[in-house]
Ligand binder design. Structure first.
Ligand code: SAM
Length: 288
């Protein structure tokens, strides 16, 4: 009937009709702006070929437009109180399926196999901000058949994901995200396009998943432990940070490893590229 859920009036009517109470602890801030939704869908380049996994449909605002553009949408929602609402708001859309559950508990491998027959998918969401990093890391680390992730997240987190060496936002999240994907900020979003209005600024970011990780690493876990150690002591030199970490490396070992990678032992972790971290991890994996 052309009734769009992103109209603030329509959203308010639905919320009132069901006496829905927004849950702060579930990160419930519903989008009420057609332009932002269009930017999200354009950013993800959603076409009738696409099968989409959405996380947290809310009352179905983004889901509705995804359903109109994509071939199929499967959307995971934790809040039982939203299920009858979604039943009504998405009743006309045959290509949408709502799955009740916690995205961090669900076996995503199984879900993707069952719902999408292991076809490559896109993940599109206005994420619950309190679990942004665990959700993104779950999606990236499990090596699922995902081509692109396009999500609205807190602006500061988006800046950290996209940051380069030397910037104040550069850290272990930048390295983890860039190991698996090419991040690109699509647009910044005002607080005023949500009901209720959140305290933080938002950004839509696209993570283009790489065919294979950006660098070759013999022991991923070791590399991420080195990264963690380097950023745990931001003000220290890399040598001192690694030496005082639980990795159990002596100063001599570290100096030798860094020398063989042509890395200055006095450098700080915040100035090293992901390629340099990989190189250091590979030398340490071989030597010790
Ligand atoms: N997509 C809707 C929109 O754009 O208006 C709602 C977005 S709202 C920011 C986040 C949604 O994620 C809420 O519907 C919330 O109930 C849901 N959610 C929170 N934690 C979740 C979890 N662990 N698993 C699945 N959904 C969750």
């Amino acid at each position: 009937d052309g009734k769009k859920l992103y109209s603030p009036k329509v959203t308010k009517e639905i919320v009132e009709k069901y006496s829905f109470k927004f849950s702060k602890s579930l990160g419930q801030n519903f989008l009420v702006d057609g332009n932002v939704i269009r930017k999200i869908c354009d950013g993800a380049n959603i076409t009738k070929e696409d099968e989409v996994l959405e996380i947290g449909p809310g009352i179905g605002t983004l889901t509705q437009i995804l359903a109109e553009r994509a071939k199929k949408v499967v959307s995971v929602e934790i809040d039982k109180k939203l299920l009858p609402i979604l039943d009504e708001t998405l009743s006309g859309y045959e290509n949408v399926e709502i799955v009740h559950g916690d995205v961090l508990e669900i076996n995503l491998n199984t879900l993707i196999r069952e719902k999408f027959k292991n076809k490559r998918i896109k993940v599109v969401a206005n994420l619950p901000y309190y679990i942004t990093t665990p959700i993104i890391m779950t999606l990236l680390e499990q090596k699922l058949p995902i081509d692109k992730i396009v999500v609205m997240i807190q602006k500061e987190v988006a800046l950290r994901m996209q940051a380069n060496p030397g910037s104040k936002d550069y850290g272990s999240l930048s390295i983890a995200v860039q190991y698996y994907s090419e991040p690109k900020i699509i647009t910044n979003v005002s607080k005023n396009v949500f009901i209720p209005k959140p305290k933080v600024d938002s950004t839509v970011i696209m993570l283009d998943i790489l065919d294979k990780p950006r660098v070759e690493v013999k022991d991923e876990k070791l590399m991420f432990n080195i990264v963690k150690a380097a950023f745990a002591k931001r003000r220290k030199t890399l040598t001192n940070a690694l030496n005082s970490s639980p990795l159990g490396l002596s100063k001599k070992d570290i100096k030798e490893a860094l020398a063989s990678c042509d890395v200055d032992p006095k450098v700080r972790g915040e100035n090293l590229t992901i390629e340099e971290y990989a190189q250091i991890a590979n030398v340490i994996a071989l030597k010790f």
